[in-house]
Design a protein around this ligand. Structure first.
Ligand SMILES: Nc1ncnc2c1ncn2[C@@H]1O[C@H](COP(=O)(O)OP(=O)(O)OP(=O)(O)O)[C@@H](O)[C@H]1O
Ligand SMILES: [Mg+2]
Length: 510
């Protein structure tokens, strides 16, 4: 149905694609995988008309095509849901779904959108502003927008990175049904198990080249996939911590040391009897210095409100929040200067200044604490410091490059680097590895463990339950604004966590 061949694309001195081709058949789900910065998004932006290649060709149904823009590609049946959210936050749900919908009545829009939204499992109020919806719903809204174009080729660039598991499973069902109807679906994901479950074929990119071309998914092992991505021969599990173990969800549970190493000298963050109207009711919990505490729940359960309270963005009507040193966060800025780092998967909205250089982003937070009293660190020192953090996280990109020019996963690493530079005492993490490749994910987990071992308190929410099980000493589960229990040690498994989030603890001991 669609053939791309010999695509070449440079950004300045960076070779994003170096002669890449891919073929998409009608009725198949074709997965595209590779490390952060491998060129995946660049490839699909070219295929969907958003980016012009310097070389190469596209064919649709055997005829050469050249798209002048994304809108033209969509008109010819090629629709894309891009990696970075493109919802118009100030427009309503319906306006987002029908961006060119001037001639369609509201009633007609609702009639068309209803079944598609239902199939994706969301039911947002049609006149709500998109900006008010949770990240996961905004992601699904974009997928709905693409489906309403009734495309023949549907491209999804990391559609599940912001989705909770149930929504991801539902989306997989939708994707399989679309393929069964004859669509060609090109699907990018860093969740390799998910890739293996839903893809018919797999293409792997590495450093702007194809290293595995449209292989039958049934013939590819998870290990060989990771090997192709990272450019090493398929080998034993030791080489990539985190990656191969993902083949057995839940299997690692209980293997990690469960007891939190208590460090009396370390920082602690605690909530006592905290109520935030409409979000939290009488919540008490503590993360001691050295402890990694997970926060889990379905949408709106209150786990994210805990992060907001710790970061000074939600004001309790009763109860109190204590940061290290016995301070209560008076504002978001005060929380930062009190040593709280907040890393969000919503990097575009909350983490990065996209028009600023990497080094400026990385050193931005520590400015709040330093620079007072007239001492401004020299620019070359800041650049050097930023470079060291970025090298540690293996960010591909020059410190002086613009943050907006990085691949999605590399942007996420910059958000983390910024907080490492600020040397926080408390880490509040919300989906910190969203869109980050398997190697870097393991690296980031190692850094978080290291910070905890230095005595920092870590609170983490994640839509990726495997991440909570791998990383946390203990996971506190929320429902309707309340704590309903917690899981630790051998009881902390993905199935147990999922059950507790959905059904509570049904009378079992806390
Ligand atoms: N607009 C741009 N300007 C400059 N460089 C860019 C731009 N877009 C992408 N690049 C560079 O091209 C390379 C490939 O990026 P691309 O976004 O295609 O990676 P990716 O495989 O999608 O990664 P990720 O998994 O992190 O999303 C990266 O080195 C990136 O920094
Ligand atoms: Mg990308």
């Amino acid at each position: 149905m669609l053939v791309a061949s010999g695509l070449v694309k440079h950004y300045g001195g960076v070779t994003a694609l170096d002669g890449v081709g891919i073929t998409l058949d009608a009725g198949e789900v074709h997965a595209l995988v590779g490390e952060n910065g491998a060129g995946k998004s660049t490839l699909v932006k070219i295929v969907s008309g958003a980016v012009r290649p310097e070389g190469g060709a596209l064919e649709l149904d055997g005829a050469p095509v050249r798209f002048a823009g994304a809108r033209q590609a969509a008109a010819q049946g090629v629709a894309i849901v891009s990696q970075e959210l493109m919802t118009y936050d100030d427009l309503t749900v319906l306006e987002n779904l029908f961006p060119y919908g001037g001639l369609v009545s509201t009633r007609e829009m609702r009639r068309l959108a209803g079944p598609v939204l239902a199939g994706l499992g969301i039911d947002p109020p049609p006149h709500a502003r998109a900006g008010e919806l949770p990240l996961a719903d905004r992601q699904l809204l974009e997928i709905c927008r693409a489906l309403l174009l009734e495309p023949r080729v549907l491209i999804l660039d990391e559609p599940t990175s912001a989705l909770p598991r149930d929504a991801a499973v539902r989306l997989a069902g939708v994707i399989r049904r679309l393929a069964a109807r004859g669509l060609a679906v090109l699907f990018i994901s860093h969740f390799l198990e998910e890739v293996m479950r839903i893809a018919d074929r797999v293409t792997v990119l590495r450093d702007g080249r194809v290293v595995l071309a449209g292989a039958d998914a049934a013939d590819v092992s998870l290990d060989s996939l990771v090997g192709a991505m990272l450019g090493r021969p398929a080998a034993g599990p030791a080489a990539t911590p985190g990656a191969p173990s993902e083949a057995e969800p839940g299997a690692r549970a209980g293997a990690e040391p469960a007891a939190a190493p208590h460090r009396p000298g370390g920082a602690a963050v605690s909530l006592t009897g905290v109520t935030v109207p409409g979000r939290l009711r009488d919540v008490s919990l503590t993360a001691a210095g050295g402890e990694i505490v997970g926060l889990a729940g379905l949408q709106g359960a209150g786990h994210l409100a805990v992060l907001d309270a710790v970061c000074g963005r939600a004001r309790p009507s009763s109860g109190s929040v204590w940061l290290p040193g016995g301070r209560a966060p008076r504002s978001a800025r005060h929380a930062v200067t009190s040593g709280v780092a907040f890393v969000s998967g919503d990097r575009k909205g909350r983490g990065l200044m996209l028009d600023k250089a990497l080094w400026e982003n990385v050193t931005a937070v520590s400015w709040l604490g330093q620079g007072r009293g007239g001492f401004l660190p020299r620019r070359s020192r800041l650049v050097g410091r930023a470079r060291a953090h970025l090298e540690r996280l293996r960010v591909r990109g020059d410190v002086r490059a613009g943050a907006g020019d990085l691949s999605g996963g590399n942007q996420q690493k910059v958000v983390l680097a910024k907080w490492l530079d600020a040397a926080p005492s408390v880490l509040a993490l919300d989906d910190p590895t969203r869109g980050v490749d398997v190697g870097a994910r393991a690296e980031l987990h190692g850094i978080v463990r290291g910070l905890a071992a230095e005595g920092k308190a870590v609170l983490i929410a994640s839509s990726d339950l495997a991440e909570l099980v791998e990383l946390c000493h203990r996971v506190v589960v929320f429902q309707r604004g309340r704590v309903v229990g917690s899981l630790a040690g051998g009881r902390l498994t993905e199935p147990a966590l999922s059950l507790a989030m959905n059904a509570g603890f049904a009378g079992s001991a806390r």
